[in-house]
Design a protein around this ligand. Sequence first.
Ligand SMILES: Nc1nc2c(c(=O)[nH]1)N[C@H]1C(S)=C(S)[C@@H](COP(=O)(O)O)O[C@H]1N2
Ligand SMILES: [Mo]
Length: 339
Amino acid sequence: MKCLKNLALVCLGIAMLCLGGCTERPTDSQLAVWRRQASDRNAEIVAEKTKNNQQREWDLVIQGQTATGTTETLNWSQLQDLATVNINTVDGNNIVNPQRIFKFTGISINSLIKNFGIQKYITEITFVSYDAYQVTVRIEDLLKYPIILAVAKDGEPIPREQGGPIYLIFPYTQHPEIRKNYDEGMWAFYVTHVIFGTESAKVSIGNSELNLADLDQLPQVNLTKRVGYRVWWPSGQVQLHGVRLRDVLSLANVNLNTISSVVVRGKAEVYRRNTEPIELLTEDILKCDILLVTRWGQEKQQIPAKMGGPVTLAFSDNCPSRTKNQRWVTFVEELIPQL
Ligand SMILES: Nc1nc2c(c(=O)[nH]1)N[C@H]1C(S)=C(S)[C@@H](COP(=O)(O)O)O[C@H]1N2
Ligand SMILES: [Mo]
């Protein structure tokens, strides 16, 4: 598998040689050289990858309604220092070996709550993952049970395909009753953010930053439709309340005549990658209702972190069909106009 790409290049090389009407096949020794070059390069790539994997920096961001309300970032070495709790339990997602007990080592959420403090009235903590998955756990349960952000499994860093480098685990073996409220879907892989309660709405656009009061000044739009968010929203028709992206951009003094598109960034890493930006064409932003949603349901409640709030992206039915493939971004944080 790992050398497919390089072998393909060798094949391509051979094919190219023959493009202009092939009379001369490459000699065996020529082929051997190509193969060796490809295999050397392959070894190089694999070695590099292994190295990067071991040294990979993985931060954990703590934010939301902590005592101070500020955002704190813990780096990998700080996380290693905090990882003092061992939990022996089955792995909720080990389908091959569901009975096998592993020793997970990690950071107790309990200690994070003590260190960062919580605002009195909050009841939940939400864990956001690299892939924009999120799970929410009641603080009551976090205080009662040893639920940890594991950074090691049987003494080794947790591989990505097993949920690492940071994997939210629940003490199933020690406290089987916890399964009722927290099934295996709650074992979040590759956690990047811990949000106490829900953050306050804040969207940055160039040098401006808009909060909920700013967004509330704009014309309000209501949509009723099935939502495109991945998890934790009702599956039928849902009422969404928000403001049009074009109005938001105007409020931030962005001239829509001078830009070609807008990149929307959410909290999760998959919504922040420059290689695969979530990019909306100005044409569509002008033509149809693309919304920043700030409230939902009949009671117009604010959107909790559990559902990806306080601000999410939504597309109305009057949008062109190409927007059907766009992600309904959760935890929207930034709009970046593109010239
Ligand atoms: N980061 C992340 N964690 C996740 C998920 C996910 O999509 N992303 N899926 C959850 C669900 S619903 C289940 S059942 C288990 C196993 O997911 P899998 O079957 O996609 O591996 O992981 C849970 N943790
Ligand atoms: Mo699942």
